[in-house]
Design a binder for this molecule. Sequence first.
Ligand code: NAD
Ligand code: UD1
Length: 341
Amino acid sequence: MNILVTGGLGYIGSHTCVKLIEAGYTPIIIDNLYNSKKAVLERIAQITGKCPQLYIGDVRDKKLLTTIFSNNEISAVIHFAGLKAVGESVTIPLAYYDTNVYGSLCLAEVMQKHKVYNLIFSSSATVYGEKNPTPYIETFQTGNITSPYGWSKFMTEQCYIDLQHSEPNQWSISLLRYFNPVGAHPSGLIGEDPQGTPNNLMPYISQVAIGKRPFVSVYGDDYATPDGTGVRDYIHVDDLAEGHVATLQMINRAGIHCYNLGSGSGNSVLEVIAAYENACGHPIPYKIMPRRAGDIDAFWADASKAKKELGWQTRQTLADMARDSWNWQIKNPNGYIDGKE
Ligand code: NAD
Ligand code: UD1
């Protein structure tokens, strides 16, 4: 069964392609290489023994999408392609709405023309906004979001909900709200490859651990959490990838299906640093700094719906995430390097 994977060379997309192949699916990738390298394809092939078909291009290019759908019998689409840097989205919001919202509309329009009605969308826990209590439950009202990135996910969710309602017996659309994906494939062949300064905690810790940066800035130790540092729901990227394979069970089941993909519990910044110290075997210097604008104390998922309906739950611990992140970091100190595979 052919599955079109937009953004399939990216961090989560590449891990999902591996799991799709292992589960017997055939991923077909479209990626414009905005935040990824072609070398990823070779790594997927090394892990699985199969090299997915790749279209280099943009999800906003309806002509290209039309070619892909005309030339391949696509059963479902997993839509990862998008921009994801929260801080950057505040500076260049139009680029975020263009890629994330308009790109999602182009994709759905071409799907509709080709009568492909199964869609899995990469949403984010950020849609729960600032005002909901934790743990987050799928039925909570979304909104009160602090960044254009978050709004772009919120808006895309709404567009897809409206689309589903317009043809309720056709569309099967799953909105997957990811919590904090970290870690890497245990082979160390694929992982997260941030360009420039990492925005997120674990990639930053990795670069301190390997000596590229002097210390981790811990953004605030005066939050209402047990050790005062921010608490998040970290999820191993391989568990997350398996969540997509589990969601493919929803294929042809018309409706809007919304799931939190998280572990259901949280860890503090200091706990993540401690787990990484165990993984790499040496201390990781850190300094307590002021809070980062837009951060909240703590959130984690109520992950019971995915468990009940998809039979999916996370299996890997924070120690596993740190171990695999470190393994990827030491094997690829400079990330993917095109042309040297
Ligand atoms: P990523 O940047 O590693 O992957 C995204 C991929 O999409 C990249 O390969 C990039 O080149 C490609 N892409 C970007 N714009 C494109 C376009 N216009 N046309 C075609 N390809 C395009 O990001 P990721 O971490 O793998 O995230 C995947 C999805 O999951 C994104 O939609 C992101 O917003 C969402 N998400 C990620 C996280 C996270 O922490 N990583 C959390 C919640 C949601
Ligand atoms: C961020 C995004 C969120 C996205 C999520 C997915 C922001 C504001 N939010 O969430 O939209 O869905 O990633 O991964 O960027 N921290 C430090 N030092 C650092 C980096 C982070 O102390 O150098 C702390 C943060 O204050 C937070 C925790 O570590 O308490 C996790 O931060 P991060 O990895 O950036 O993820 P989120 O902020 O939860």
